[in-house]
Write a protein that binds this ligand. Structure first.
Ligand SMILES: [Zn+2]
Length: 404
């Protein structure tokens, strides 16, 4: 058997008064998603355990069958994999943002979405002055970079900068989560790097130029989400999936794929936005199914629309996924007869809230060998009546692979 997961990031939502009490999934015209629901079995999946934040990386790892409560090690390590940085044991990796911080106030988490050409020069500059045998910065994309501290202690608290725009820097500096000398030392080292980065960055020509042009400056580093290289088994080790592939525009998802031992397939024009190359991603997924037992097709567009609070774009993204992705892939699977097809989001991104929630998500699995249930359409409400009921932890992967 072969298996494909079609994941519409943030697709689930809440009923809204402004949509006649419907969700975007209910409001959208989705004949192919409904056809899939009629052929398969539905349910609700609690992708995010209570102990973790409802981030895409956590939820997507759960969909892939990983025990996130024990294996999740933060964003830094996943991004390290996606940019090709090999972590050694005891290397503590942080996501390291370049942020705008002036007069002690955190203005934004992204240095005005600084371009990679400029941010790369700044990261090189910080390395020249701050890197030593323990500390190294690695270049990523735009404002998203990596800090690695050899022998760092992960029991420190760091604040995600996007959670605290307008807040005072001094209220959100890293601190030790226990009384150990090691965690206090790491927290003090990170706080010191933040301070030193500010004096270095303030006088850099790129920032002087940005200020002159009225752009947000990259005036500080902001490390967060610390962790060690995850002890993740590959999908082959955990589930005997011989060959697998992931298709996603998002570096975090690609990073999970690398630890999972999946081939990372890059598709031209895959942007992560609603203008993404849906057809290109679909064709790459169908091509991958010819040689892989498991294909993970991740589409970011509905999540982006949800964060923007743009319900029209969200419904449009869902309809695009239905028509350009789900329909052709389902047709191909029915023709081949040995392909199981699953559809789900990782978490809801309700457009009226503009951020992720931890509610259970609707899922459907069509498995040629399994009987269908009574569900006739694909939505949050329809899936709540499905034969699979409510599931959690690694159960989705087991159902998809027909292991239980
Ligand atoms: Zn997500």
């Amino acid at each position: 058997m072969k298996h494909i997961v079609i994941l519409g990031d943030g697709m689930a939502d809440l009923p809204s008064l402004k949509l006649e009490h419907l969700t975007p999934l209910q409001k959208a015209h989705t004949p192919n998603m409904d056809r899939l629901a009629q052929l398969g079995r539905s349910g609700l999946f609690h992708t995010v355990p209570a102990s973790l934040h409802p981030g895409s990386e956590v939820a997507n790892m759960a969909v892939m069958g990983y025990d996130v409560e024990n294996l999740y090690e933060g964003r830094g390590v996943l991004e390290a994999a996606s940019i090709g940085v090999n972590l050694e044991e005891n290397d503590l990796a942080f996501r390291c943002n370049l942020i705008t911080l002036e007069d002690g106030i955190i203005h934004n988490h992204s240095a005005g979405h600084i371009e990679s050409e400029e941010s790369g020069v700044l990261i090189d500059y910080l390395n020249e002055h701050l890197a030593d045998e323990r500390v190294a910065f690695h270049k990523g994309v735009s404002y998203r970079h990596l800090l690695v501290i050899k022998g760092g202690n992960k029991h420190i608290h760091c604040t995600p900068p996007h959670d605290v725009p307008g807040a005072k820097e001094k209220d959100h500096l890293p601190y030790a989560l226990n009384e150990s000398i090691e965690s206090k030392e790491t927290a003090a080292l990170v706080a010191d790097l933040i301070q030193k980065s500010q004096s270095l960055l303030a006088s850099h020509p790129i920032n002087i130029q940005r200020k002159e042009n009225g752009k947000a400056t990259a005036s500080s580093i902001w490390p967060w989400s610390p962790g060690y290289k995850p002890q993740m088994p590959t999908l082959k080790e955990a589930y005997q999936v011989q060959k697998s592939a992931v298709i996603s525009a998002v570096d975090l998802i690609q990073g999970i794929g690398i630890y999972a031992g999946m081939e990372v397939i890059k598709v031209e024009g895959a942007t992560g936005l609603w203008n993404t190359n849906f057809e290109g991603k679909r064709d790459a997924a169908i091509e991958a199914l010819k040689s892989c037992d498991y294909v993970y097709l991740h589409i970011e567009a509905p999540d982006e629309a949800g964060h923007e609070g743009d319900v029209k774009q969200k419904i449009g993204a869902i309809e695009d996924i239905d028509k350009k992705v789900v329909g052709p892939i389902l047709d191909y699977a029915l023709e081949q007869k040995d392909i199981a097809v699953a559809l789900l989001p990782d978490h809801p991104t309700p457009w009226e809230i503009k951020t992720h929630t931890r509610d259970a998500v609707p899922f459907v699995i069509y498995h040629p060998k399994n009987p269908k249930d009574q569900v006739e359409s694909y939505s949050e409400e329809a899936a709540s009546k499905g034969a699979y009921g409510e599931i959690e932890k690694i159960e989705f992967m087991k159902l998809l692979l027909n292991l239980k």
